[in-house]
Ligand binder design. Structure first.
Ligand code: SAM
Length: 253
């Protein structure tokens, strides 16, 4: 079951998409690029990724924004395929313009929840959900994309041994994801990887322990993994002095 349901014109339940689709105007050329991303064309391209079996691994990024992380991953790992979903049109065209020279990059313009049914079960080696819309106000928290049903939809698509990376600057959101992961016997935390030293992590954990007890055991997640390409939103969060949390979990059937 997907959350945030609304009804489409023909009465079929649809997941509702919150957040802005466009913040400023697009040129005619930019608008024209959307023609390449008709649902049929994208469906055929994605089917190809799995039928050709030429890629050493397939990874999905949910909400890639302007595409910094997705493009860097695709450039660094040319033998793996990277699929990215993003409904925000200004970000999408930025990524599109730089994607032309990357044959292992596949963009989907729209809500990732309409992409998921196009992906075969147990087909993904990794899923990246980096700084999803945080919806910090209590009354908006039900708009958050990650919840138990969304996580369940992802687990259907992940291979056994597949990784999910989740990052956010909303520690309550991170704590909720930690709870979801720990509630399932099929998930385990990835062994710690090299992370930037973050001197005040333990101090911060002590400070937030009253409200976020969960971080007393997850202090390491407040230090940045060195191998993760930095995203635009993340850069801004750090510039504004917000603490970010980086989770990496492995799914095993
Ligand atoms: C806070 S931004 C972060 C963008 C990027 N990951 C970064 O770190 O810079 C969250 C992004 O998620 C996208 N998003 C929101 N709902 C989505 C959905 N249902 N499917 C795919 N992307 C979504 C938004 O359009 C937005 O670009």
């Amino acid at each position: 079951m997907l959350h945030n349901m609304s009804l489409s014109a023909n009465g079929v339940p649809q997941a509702r998409l919150y957040g802005r689709r466009r913040t400023h105007g697009l040129t005619l050329l930019q608008l024209r690029c959307f023609q390449e991303y008709s649902p049929e064309a994208v469906q055929a391209r994605i089917a190809d990724v799995f039928e050709q079996k030429v890629f050493l691994g397939v990874y999905l990024e949910i909400g890639f924004g302007n595409g910094e992380h997705l493009l860097e991953q695709a450039m660094t790992h040319p033998r793996a395929a990277f699929i990215g979903a993003e409904p925000f049109e200004n970000g999408f065209v930025q990524a599109h313009q730089r994607a032309a020279c990357l044959p292992n990059l596949f963009l989907y313009k729209g809500d990732v929840r309409s992409l998921l049914p196009l992906l075969p079960s147990a087909s993904l080696d990794g899923v990246y959900m980096l700084f999803p819309d945080p919806w910090p106000k209590r009354r908006h928290q039900k708009r958050r994309l990650m919840d138990s049903s969304f996580l369940e939809a992802l687990t259907v698509l992940l291979k056994s041994g597949g990784e999910m990376r989740f990052a956010t600057d909303q520690l309550e959101y991170a704590a909720e994801v930690i709870r979801l992961i720990e509630a399932s016997p099929n998930w385990s935390w990835k062994a710690q990887e090299p992370r930037a030293s973050y001197d005040s992590a333990s101090q911060l954990c002590n400070g937030t322990a009253k409200t976020l007890k969960v971080f007393s055991e997850h202090a390491f997640s407040l230090a940045r993994p060195l191998s993760w390409p930095i995203t635009r939103y993340e850069r801004k969060a750090w510039r504004c002095g917000r603490i970010c949390c980086y989770l990496s979990a492995i799914y095993k059937t």
